[in-house]
Design a protein around this ligand. Sequence first.
Ligand SMILES: *Cc1c(COP(=O)(O)O)cnc(C)c1O
Ligand SMILES: [Zn+2]
Length: 386
Amino acid sequence: MYYECSSCSKTYKRDEVKYLCPDCSVDYKPGEPLKGVLLAKFDYEYIGKKFTKDNPDVNLFSAVEEKYFPEFKCGNTPFLKFTKLNKQTGYDNLWIKNDSLNPSGSFKDRASFLVVAESNRIKEDTIVTASTGNAASSLAAVCAAADKKAIIFVPESAPKAKLLQMFIYGADVRKVKGTYDDAFRLSLEYTEKNKGLNRNTAYHPLTIEGKKSAGLEIFIQNGFKSPDAILVPVGDGVIISGIYKAFYDLKEAGIISKLPKLICVQAESSNAIHNFIQTGIYKNADNPGTVADSISVSAPSNAYMAAKSVKESDGFSVTVSDDEIMIAQRELAMATGIFAEPSCSTVLAALKKLKEQLNPKEQIVLLITGSGLKDIDAPLKYSHLN
Ligand SMILES: *Cc1c(COP(=O)(O)O)cnc(C)c1O
Ligand SMILES: [Zn+2]
């Protein structure tokens, strides 16, 4: 395994770099998307020979050796079709990858898992992160199992259930009077001055690699076939880049020839990546507040790579309003029994608007990334329960 810079394509040996490409990140300023995000590259010829239907071993694509894995099982989440949802939406071949069933209740466990594995490899006992909530509660959980110290910078407005998870799992929580973007900056300052491995999303390249495992699982669970399209909820743009990376790796290894179309779904107010895809001009989202707090961000850390992933997969992007999100949350729950966070209920809200752009006969996957129980304030307000 080695790293390649996503901006300048310069390559680095595994232990030559830790976070970003040193050349491309010199003029990075907090408050803007990261530059010089690194991608892990592999011996694809070797993987292509070993990875078969009889040996569908996701770990062949792992950037960290299995012997460093923490004692924490995540991933391998269900991939299912729901007849009722298909009927209701008018799509014939709609599937759900339900990542709300990870141990801490969100997709973030995949990234936390791999970064903690890396910390085992480099013998680092402290891991630091900034988070809107899920990355932090997830890191806290994996660190608890791996006997590591988690230091977390989180906006004080984070949903209570996520803050409680961090406390219960024993993390050192530093509440930030400010936004997620402020917490991001503070956590970078912390690891520059002190020790500890920074797990910030996209800043640590293995967050993308960790999130890749969901894409590989979809491919395996789908019988070694790529679906036609995957709808992904997008905040910082790391999940969508991770899903892209899964299919990129499969293509490089000669296992597939065509990528699924990746459809970037953002909230109307938190739409920096959507705008960048539409206009080609990058601009921060000025007021990113939305009911979908897990995808609320002004300057998405992985904006450039996310936009590139969407384009190279021949996908597109769409935004949905808070009202559309809250309606979709209940519809999804009532049609499937899955209570999803507002952040990922966006994908059903988007699907309903895409009849023109998507072929309802094609195989389409909705990526459900977090459990609704983590954030009940918004649905409570929308229900007639109070
Ligand atoms: C973090 C998160 C997202 C968005 O992922 P990004 O990598 O920030 O784009 C979506 N849904 C949930 C539940 C999340 O926690
Ligand atoms: Zn570079």
